[in-house]
Ligand binder design. Structure first.
Ligand code: ADP
Ligand code: MG
Length: 688
């Protein structure tokens, strides 16, 4: 069996070792797992005379002349003419003076890059993006007439040389690589044996086999991830907890009675799922998924009351301070009649206030503690914690979720999300949770009517707003704010605010953005909620969870800059009451994809459909909560393109643990070793 952690010293000379060290490659495993970033098919390289002026081209020929020009600003341009039997072409290198002494006349080169044709002279230049220098017969065998791997390199390293070194190692060791997958898995799924796959990836023989090799590695990556999730779930289902809630006290009933509406059947069903979990003697781990406005807050309330009624403390974690504040107000209000204490923990809180809150929590008295991730980060002690609720879970990410779980003994955990998660992801990314879906919206809701307007049609938008305002309704106007262009975005939100004030001189307009001190932010939100402020100009701080049913218009400026799921979230801020509501997308769709996104928003009101589309158009990172989606950064796998392999891996992981829950069977020895230790071919996806 091959030990991946052994060094390369016995296999390579010092020079080669140094070259690889520059790429962070030190062990046999590092080499095998240093996958090419692409391939070049050099089985038929066209003659130089056949090279035309479009796209990336591949040429080969002998160096005829080399010249260097230094143009202004220290930019140097190196030009190298190469020739084959059919003609010559000029290769151009920017800022690569170090190549000058290397490109000796008579050497054969293979170069790839964009070709530009001078329209006056007809002469052609190739802007080199990849270069191979053929110095020996061995180089030639590796560089011509074959498909060559292109490795990610750092400055000053050559493809041909690194390729040569890597292949040298691969050829020596790849035969000794054991396959960790049990035969039944490999056979059933028709997967390429591991050593063949590794060999094919570094030394491809055909595009077809290379694809199969890639699939094998992708499957392995997914399988590890899925095994981690399935195992976690399995462990949990066996775990018992001493935290057992009683469902018979009257808090819940009294809460229901206090509501001015009747819960929908789906809300009621979700609450019974929760009740079932918390009295079971096993820790609850449930995800409640329901579109924006489906009334998840009442399910959360029920869970909180069950905890309090049973004498425990409960924590409610939310992604933004604005939402924390809203929940705090809502629950303090609703729960005060029930005699339930609610405290708020947040950044920017005066230290006396905060200390008092923390002291109360530390006393262990039953209460609801609400906060952003401050709740897990500051030394907040809830000695009697029986329930953790994470609202808008998709904003937190999988890995963060795990961290929270481990904070206390085994409290019951409830997660909610409004991001409709496509089925394949439900199965997989959230594979460790039980799920409840709320499909039904409260009765009488009509989806907001969505329209797209070009920026210059803003007059029409104001007209519509004016109509709604005079009918007593309220309006949101949202500006994009992304970190990369925060300053400019903030400026345009401010400008927008001034413009709105001018447009509606007799109406009270508020502005909120993330940079405001939270006291001010909360003040404005409260005044909007109470109806004192009629028009709220905002950046995306209001994206999740905000609930002001009297607002009927959502104007989204530069809507093309938002993702579909985000737009859907924003749209969900209106249409929360019985009145007709509107979502106005104001912007310009510069690209075809942008246009498709806008069309989709106008036509589709179903969150699931939008999520599937968003996944296709933008990828999972965006869908499952911006950058910190918390998904593993797979080495080779692509969560969108490789979805079918993902569900295969999921099913396989289930089968594996069904047959052998502890991975102790002899046929799984290799698998267990692979699963429990670091491997060079897959990212770390173990969950604790
Ligand atoms: P979300 O699922 O997006 O968190 P909320 O819990 O904020 O939704 O509920 C949206 C709005 O609908 C709130 O104003 C809430 O009071 C109201 N609501 C919730 N359930 C019902 C119901 N069964 N009937 C009528 N209105 C409801
Ligand atoms: Mg909500």
């Amino acid at each position: 069996m091959l030990d991946f952690s052994i060094g390369l010293r016995p296999l390579l000379n010092d020079y080669a070792l140094r070259q690889l060290a520059r790429l962070g490659i030190h062990t046999v495993g590092d080499v095998l797992g240093y996958f090419p970033r692409g391939y070049q098919d050099r089985r038929n390289i066209p003659r130089i005379s056949q090279v035309t002026g479009s796209g990336v081209q591949l040429v080969t020929g002998m160096v005829e002349a080399v010249t260097e020009e230094v143009v202004k600003n220290r930019v140097s341009i190196l030009k190298c003419r190469i020739r084959d039997v059919s003609g010559a072409i000029e290769l151009v290198f920017f800022n690569q003076s170090f190549l000058k002494p290397v490109l000796k006349v008579g050497l054969q080169l293979v170069a790839a890059g964009k070709v530009e044709v001078n329209s006056y002279t007809g002469s052609r230049q190739l802007m080199v993006s990849e270069l191979d220098i053929i110095r020996s017969e061995a180089d030639r065998r590796m560089a011509l007439g074959v498909i060559v791997p292109i490795y990610p390199l750092s400055q000053g390293l050559y493809q041909s040389r690194v390729r040569g070194i890597i292949l040298e190692v691969i050829e020596k060791v790849v035969g000794q690589v054991d396959d960790h997958l049990p035969l039944w898995v490999r056979d059933k799924l028709n997967l390429m044996p591991l050593s063949d796959a590794l060999k094919e990836l570094h030394l491809p023989t055909s595009p077809h086999l290379c694809t199969a090799a890639r699939q094998r590695i992708v499957f392995d990556e997914f399988l590890r991830f899925q095994m981690a999730l399935v195992e976690k779930r399995q462990v949990r289902s066996r775990e018992t907890t001493d935290i057992r809630f009683v469902s018979t006290h009257c808090l819940l009933d009294r809460y229901m009675e206090s509501l001015t509406y009747r819960l929908t059947a789906d809300q009621t069903a979700a609450i019974s799922d929760v009740v079932g979990d918390v009295i079971s003697g096993r820790a609850m781990n449930r995800l409640i998924q329901g579109d924006v406005g489906s009334g998840k807050t009442d399910v959360i309330a029920a869970a909180l009351l069950l905890a309090i009624g049973s004498g425990f403390q409960a924590a409610l974690m939310v992604p933004t301070e604005v939402l924390a504040e809203q929940h705090f107000r809502r629950f303090s209000d609703q729960f005060s009649e029930l005699g339930v204490n609610v405290v708020l923990v947040k950044g920017g809180q005066r230290s006396r206030e905060r200390k008092a809150a923390i002291a109360r929590m530390a006393s262990g008295e039953p209460m609801v503690a609400i906060g952003t991730h401050a709740l897990i980060e500051v030394p907040v002690v809830l000695p009697n914690l029986g329930l953790v609720v994470v609202d808008e879970q998709h904003r937190f990410g999988v890995m963060q979720r795990m961290k929270l779980n481990q904070k206390s003994m085994t409290p019951h955990c409830l997660f909610t999300t409004a991001t409709p998660i496509p089925r394949s992801f439900m199965l997989t990314v959230f594979g460790d949770l039980d799920k409840t879906i709320i499909r039904e919206l409260p009765p009488g809701r009509r989806p907001p009517q969505t329209v797209f307007f070009p920026l210059n049609a803003i007059g029409k938008v104001w007209e519509l707003c004016r109509g709604q305002l005079s009918a007593g309704h309220q309006v949101y106007i949202v500006y994009p704010l992304v970190e990369e262009s925060e300053k400019m975005d903030l400026a345009s939100a401010m400008d927008g605010y001034v413009g709105v004030c001018q447009e509606f001189p007799s109406i009270s307009v508020g502005l909120v953005h993330g940079r405001l001190p939270s006291v001010e932010k909360n003040n404005i939100m409260a005044r909007f909620k109470s109806g004192e402020i009629k028009v709220l100009v905002a950046t995306t701080v209001i994206e999740v969870g905000i609930d002001v049913p009297n607002a009927t218009v959502m104007v989204i400026v530069n809507s093309e800059r938002f993702g579909l799921s985000q737009l859907h979230q924003l749209r969900g801020r209106v249409g929360r009451g019985a009145a007709r509501s509107y979502c106005i997308l104001l912007g310009k769709a510069k690209t075809e994809v942008a246009q498709r996104r806008m069309d989709a928003m106008v036509q589709i009101s179903d969150g699931f459909q939008l999520a599937e589309l968003d996944l296709k158009l933008r990828g999972p990172g965006e869908l499952l909560g911006t950058r910190q989606s918390g998904l593993p950064n797979f080495k080779m796998a692509d969560l969108v393109q490789d979805q079918s392999l993902l569900s295969l891996a999921h099913r396989t992981a289930m089968r594996i643990f069904e047959r052998d829950s502890e991975l102790t069977r002899i046929e799984n020895a290799g698998l267990a070793r692979w699963y429990r230790s670091a491997t060079p071919f897959t990212v770390e996806t173990r969950l604790n």
